[in-house]
Write a protein that binds this ligand. Structure first.
Ligand SMILES: [Zn+2]
Length: 54
């Protein structure tokens, strides 16, 4: 895990999320929760795929 993660939502939308997000990140298309803060790093939700680390 580093600075940015490229993730794919269950709806098919791909977007970049910050690897040290301090708040929840939702899909810009369907609104599903993609990741939530977990300590100093984000925890990616089930159903969200991490495609690569940027
Ligand atoms: Zn979505």
């Amino acid at each position: 895990m580093s600075k940015f993660l490229r993730v794919k939502c269950a709806c098919g939308n791909e977007q970049n999320i910050f690897g040290h997000a301090s708040r929840k990140v939702n899909c810009l298309v369907c609104g599903a929760l993609l990741a939530s803060p977990s300590g100093s790093r984000v925890k990616v939700s089930e159903g969200t795929k991490v495609l690569r680390v940027l």
